[in-house]
Write a protein that binds this ligand. Sequence first.
Ligand code: 5AD
Length: 393
Amino acid sequence: MCYAIPGKVLEAQGNTAIIEYFGEKKKVRNDFFALSVGEYVYAQGGFIIQKISLSEALSILETWKELFFRLQEVDRELVQKETKTLYQKANSVRHKYHGNSCCVHGIIEFSNYCQCDCLYCGIRKSNTSVFRYRMAPEEITRSVEYAVKTLGFKALVLQSGEASWYTLEQLLAIVKEIQEKFPCLIILSIGEREIQVYEKLYQAGCRGVLLRFESSNSSIYEKMRPGHKLAERMDLIKKLKNIGYLIMSGFLIGLPGQTEQDIVEDLKVTDSLGVEMFSFGPFIPHPNTPLAKAPKPRMDVVLNTIAQARIKYPEAKILATTALESLGEKNALRLGLMAGANSLMVNVTPEKYRQFYEIYPQRIGVNEKTEERIPSLLKLLHSLGRAPTDLGL
Ligand code: 5AD
């Protein structure tokens, strides 16, 4: 299975390259390889992450060729000429700026220990009823191996609660092994760590960070995250951007006290941080948190936010989140993708741990085997004419 299409190198100079697939050219960064014109590569998030042999590339391209153009056709047909509703308008903007590409990233939740006590979060440290786990470094790399080699993922988020149990040395060793043996775009989602930790991990080959600012309203943020300051969070995200990381960031929709205007501001702030991928989703109350009785937002509020984001910030990638799917309404992912979203994540955490990463209850994908979830996601993507490609900037 394949979540990206091999690209042919047309030009390579310094750390940039032009690659081509099915007639489309993309500019990408090349930080890791000696490249020659005519070679084939995989790129993710605008970075070349792997070189592949000519024979492998040609056989993958052969299987993609017909499908690729068929999917483009399906997508084109689904984009309305007359855009009457907000969602139709957003979908046509998505089509115009991104074609039918859809990023599909895997996520491995490698530990649910957390030293934070965020009021909304089911793995907050005060929730003593959750079983805590930490995957050993070898278990993490084995899961990455499975996700990359068997399932075909080219981009993986490594996520954990915020905790300094894993030393920098351990994290570096994990990243080094992944880089050498199972090349993929490594995206860190490990919360607030010292900037030096992030610098070293960048040097080791990580290129993405997923870190939401949760709310741009400092009074909501500081109420929700006791002991934390919004300014510090923002400062860290900006520093990560300066290091060169691709940033995925965003906020929660529906936190108590949040107004419509706050959401508009949240979107503005996401854009101003120069994020590569908007990641915002609904707050879903967890029974063992102080917000157990707070209401979750309505689905249309989330879909409207996706559509507004797409229209205002057409070039951004926008994630259709698992939380959106977990709101409990039918076809949520389809609706998100048809309201402007163009990215999704697949949970590839070992099944025995998955239920314990319970940031909110009834998460989609927890009780489903990855091997069953992937074909059903691909079926959905194909029915919408979306191709899981993620080639250039
Ligand atoms: N509902 C929805 N999302 C949540 N997160 C944490 N708790 C919840 C919840 N109850 C999100 C936060 C965090 C991400 C890893 O999970 O936005 O950044």
